[in-house]
Design a protein around this ligand. Structure first.
Ligand SMILES: NC(=O)c1ccc[n+]([C@@H]2O[C@H](COP(=O)([O-])OP(=O)(O)OC[C@H]3O[C@@H](n4cnc5c(N)ncnc54)[C@H](OP(=O)(O)O)[C@@H]3O)[C@@H](O)[C@H]2O)c1
Length: 339
């Protein structure tokens, strides 16, 4: 570890209460970084659907006393454990993701692997940088998959999300049309206003028929599904033969979905899952570094994630409530050091 300790002994961090119903802030010890690890003084961290899923799991597992939420954020590396990479990152402003359930980004400090930190470009702000890993890298991954398998167009749902808007932006850059599915008329209006050409509203009675028509027309043979509702069965029925369905989220909260075997066979459908962590592992270091450079360049130019609110750590519960009341209104950030 670096010789001089430049940080306090305790910090504020977010935990869940015993019943798993409320987030609260407690004072806890700041961990020292071990070999290949760094200590990051956190600046900002978003609330993402994956954070809420992790909180639910932690409460189910009885980890309320030790689990600190937060999968991504931005901050400054203030201490380095043994190893070349930790030393290299010392003093740098980084985007970072958590490695341990006991040390998440919703805290004043986080210990994580140095390999999970990436220096932020000068033109990327702390706030935008705090959201530069999970969604931007997923959006890039979608186009890697689309290009590799030569899909004519992409279909994506929950498309008024931060990720959905990135997918639309990248679709224009790559010349691959994107069919955006949203869940109500106001979201559809919003996306059209922002320049999205293909928008379908899943609450419209003609939705399934329209999906069939547009996917045939565009050769949209790749459906990314983050909602995973019972409607998926009907959607599969109208996709072009040979389509791939990739499930990457479970916003509906449905425990089970069903698909007719006949549809799978007759339409030669392929259904699989996507998790960014596994995708990045398969990509290897070089590809990941290229993708991070691309994200940095996008974020320095036209990729700006909208933010609907900023809250101090002590108001973590209010931050989550605000986010849940209207996710499409923009990301909610926890901003450290504001109390
Ligand atoms: N697998 C992976 O590795 C990976 C990586 C990144 C992201 N993701 C997933 O990508 C999705 C989008 O993430 P994000 O951070 O971009 O989200 P976000 O910006 O927070 O927005 C969430 C969107 O989902 C909509 N939504 C919520 N519940 C819904 C439901 N039951 N049916 C239809 N739409 C619903 C919201 O609409 P309202 O405003 O109407 O609530 C909002 O437009 C999430 O499911 C996330 O878990 C997965």
């Amino acid at each position: 570890m670096s010789d001089k300790r430049s940080y306090p002994v305790t910090m504020k961090a977010v935990f869940t209460d015993k019943a798993g119903e409320k987030l609260l802030v407690k004072e806890t010890g700041i961990p020292d970084p071990g070999a290949d690890e760094v200590l990051v003084r956190m600046i900002a961290a978003p609330v993402n659907p994956s954070d809420l899923a992790q909180i639910r799991v932690a409460c189910k597992d009885g980890d309320e006393g030790t689990f600190i939420p937060g999968l991504e954020g931005s901050g400054i590396v203030v201490a380095a454990g043994k190893g070349i990479l930790p030393r290299l990152w010392l003093g740098k402003r980084v985007a970072c993701s958590s490695e341990y359930r006991t040390s998440g980004t919703w805290a004043e400090y986080m210990v994580t692997k140095a390999g999970k930190c990436f220096p932020l470009g000068r033109r990327v702000t702390d706030e935008q940088g705090s959201m530069s890993l999970v969604n931007p890298l997923t959006a890039l991954a979608f186009f890697e998959i689309a290009k590799k398998n030569k899909h004519g167009a992409i279909i994506n749902n929950a498309a008024a999300s931060a990720l959905g808007r990135m997918v639309e932006l990248l679709g224009k850059k790559h010349g691959i049309p994107v069919v955006n599915i949203v869940r109500n008329r106001s979201q559809a209006g919003l996306l059209r206003q922002q320049g999205s050409r293909h928008v379908l509203d899943s609450s419209d009675p003609a939705f399934i028929k329209d999906l069939g028509v547009i996917s045939e027309e565009l050769g949209a043979t790749l459906l990314f599904d983050s909602v995973c509702s019972r409607q998926l069965e009907e959607m599969c029925d109208v996709l072009p033969a040979g389509s791939s369905v990739i499930i990457y989220g479970n916003l509906s909260g449905e425990e089970e979905i069903s698909v007719k075997p006949r549809t799978l066979i007759a339409n030669n459908l392929n259904i699989s899952g996507f998790y960014l962590g596994s995708h990045a592992k398969n990509n290897g270091l070089f590809r990941n570094m290229l993708n991070l450079r691309q994200v940095s360049s996008l974020m320095s130019n036209d990729l700006k994630i909208s933010i609907q609110g900023r809250f101090p750590l002590t108001e973590a519960q209010k931050a989550v409530d605000t986010y849940l009341a209207g996710m499409s209104a923009g990301k909610v950030l926890l901003v450290m050091g504001q109390e």
